[in-house]
Design a protein around this ligand. Structure first.
Ligand SMILES: [Ca+2]
Ligand SMILES: [Ca+2]
Ligand SMILES: [Ca+2]
Length: 166
């Protein structure tokens, strides 16, 4: 699925007028990449690309919104690997899938980025309240409905809405 057009293998397309082989790039691109993003934070994932051909590949890149690109063109030497960084800045708890399209000469390749937002970033077992969970501060594992709330420290550690007076 990642490869939309085949590289011609016939000599007519890969040999010069004298019949000598012309270096031809050949890209292998990941079909699918998963991105787990943090809410309201720019999170990156790399789409790996390998050039298995004999020639240098100049690759142009476009992405569907809401993904953001780090570069829109890169060059990959023969027998070398590189990657395109794509970023997402989620402002809501939702999942998306969006395409990254790479072009090299007449060839087109497509990778699908499937992205979701982490709902328990601090790993304390409680989902962020903005995702419908009970964790009032999903950046601090010591703050959740099961935590002990010390009095007077200015932190509502058990998420009941109050920091008790001592
Ligand atoms: Ca949590
Ligand atoms: Ca407290
Ligand atoms: Ca409290």
């Amino acid at each position: 699925m990642g490869r939309l057009l085949a590289v011609p293998l016939v000599c007519a397309a890969s040999c010069d007028a004298g019949g000598l082989a012309v270096p031809v790039p050949n890209l292998v691109v990941a079909d699918e990449v998963w991105l787990e993003a943090i809410f309201d934070t720019t999170t990156y994932v790399e789409v790996p690309i390998t050039n298995t051909g004999s020639g240098e590949a100049v690759v142009s890149v476009t992405v569907e919104p809401p993904l953001i690109l780090s570069v829109d063109e890169l060059t990959i030497a023969p027998d070398d690997s590189s990657g395109v960084l794509v970023a997402w800045h989620p402002s809501a708890f939702r999942s998306i899938s969006a395409s990254v399209v790479l072009s090299s000469g007449a060839d087109r390749y497509e990778a699908v980025v499937r992205a979701s937002v982490l709902e328990d970033v601090d790993g304390d077992g409680y989902r962020d309240e903005r995702a419908g969970g009970l964790d009032c501060d999903d950046s601090r594992p010591g703050v959740n409905p099961d935590a002990d709330d010390d009095c007077g420290d200015g932190v509502d550690a058990d998420c009941d809405g109050i920091d008790p007076a001592c």
